[in-house]
Design a protein around this ligand. Structure first.
Ligand code: H2U
Length: 352
């Protein structure tokens, strides 16, 4: 009897992430196993639009005693519990290769997206989301004058360790390239050297041609479940044009980014009819002293890593084989892209 032909939706295989140079094990046959875990939806959390005790709200007092202004758009402040300080004593040069330390300076800031605590990006007005995009770009310019890497990230939901429901993100600007950006810089540089084109521009062309993993698309932006995705609902958001950093986006591209983010995040919320948790962040060409180097190998992109697996409460744990050997997923990137693509672009809360 002939062996059955390989079917990526049925048969185990490994996929390669060219950015991290890591592999992920895909086991779609496991989707057939019985599941008796929790699937019910928890009651929706009621968040007041304004809580004078919440340190991120307009007019509230923060941990360091400072009072926030009565802001009516975005509001940026220096994190009162910064993981990176502007300066400090330098560690001594490594005495042994097995015990190396190096200097680490930086600045941490918080951006409040909106004065109201009960809003999230998908349910905000387009103009409000556009203000967030502009602030991301402004902060990249400002902190990018000094720092090699400006990491903008949003941690959303209690399950991601986010303690505060007020819509906000963080920025950690570093005097060094952190581990993942460093890996990404290396791999994109290597690809550019070998092929003469930016890796992610080639990837965009492939995804637009194959149309198997596209979640949403507009004139300027593309959202895909990457071929090599690890988290069940992981997505990548990229400009279709070759863009190095957020500040390089045109006025039109910024409006278009606000629009596609609202669509992606609405689809996420509609998946399990909950405020979908995730960690997301922007990766663009390095800044600071690295700004003068040739960074043509870079392409700006945002990475979304949602932790959920099967329902609003069942999370994927990166444990066991994943901690000790390699990342693994059951449902394929193509199957998830189809699910997300078919979800409505109207938020479930607007229907009721
Ligand atoms: P998270 O809930 O995502 O951790 O974000 C809240 C951030 O706001 C967190 O980094 C900062 C915390 O350090 N913060 C202040 O800087 N001052 C405060 O008074 C409360 C919270």
């Amino acid at each position: 009897m002939d062996a059955p032909e390989f079917d990526p939706t049925e048969h185990q295989h490994r996929r390669y992430n060219p950015l991290t140079e890591e592999w992920v094990l895909v086991s779609p046959h496991r989707l057939k196993r019985p599941w008796s875990g929790q699937v019910e939806k928890p009651p929706e959390e009621v968040i007041p639009p304004h809580d004078p005790k919440n340190p991120l709200c307009p007019g509230a007092t923060r941990a360091n005693g400072k009072v926030n202004p009565n802001y009516d758009g975005v509001f940026v402040f220096e994190n009162d519990f910064s993981a990176l300080l502007k300066s400090g004593p330098e560690p001594a040069p490594p005495a042994h290769p097995l015990m190396q330390s190096a200097s680490a300076n930086g600045t941490c800031r918080v951006i409040c997206f909106h004065p109201r605590s009960d809003l999230t990006l998908p349910v905000m007005e387009m103009a409000d989301v556009r203000r967030v995009v502009d602030e991301w770009a402004n902060q990249t310019v400002d902190l990018g004058k000094t720092y090699d890497w400006v990491q903008i990230f949003e941690n959303k939901g209690k399950v991601m360790g986010c303690s505060n429901p007020h819509p906000h993100c963080q920025i950690w600007a570093c005097s060094f390239l952190p581990t993942y950006p460093q890996k990404s810089d290396n791999s994109q540089r290597k690809y550019f050297k070998e092929h003469g084109r930016p890796m992610l521009m080639d990837y965009i062309s492939l995804e637009l041609e194959k149309k198997e993993r596209i979640v949403a698309e507009n004139d300027h932006w593309l959202v895909v479940v990457p071929y090599w995705a690890v988290w069940p609902y992981e997505t990548m958001l990229l400009p279709k044009r070759h863009v190095l950093r957020l500040p390089d986006l045109t006025d039109e591209e910024r409006n278009s980014l606000a629009a596609i983010m609202k669509i992606l995040l609405t689809k996420y919320d509609n998946m399990f009819e909950c405020s979908f948790p995730y960690s997301m962040g922007w990766h663009g060409a390095p800044t600071g002293p690295r700004m003068t180097e040739d960074n043509s190998h870079w392409q700006l992109h945002a990475l979304y890593y949602p932790p959920l697996l099967r329902s609003a409460t069942v999370k994927k744990f990166m444990v066991g084989f994943e901690m000790l050997a390699q990342a693994q997923r059951d449902i394929t990137a193509e199957q998830v892209a189809e699910k997300l693509r078919n979800l409505p672009e109207t938020h479930y809360r607007m229907k009721k």
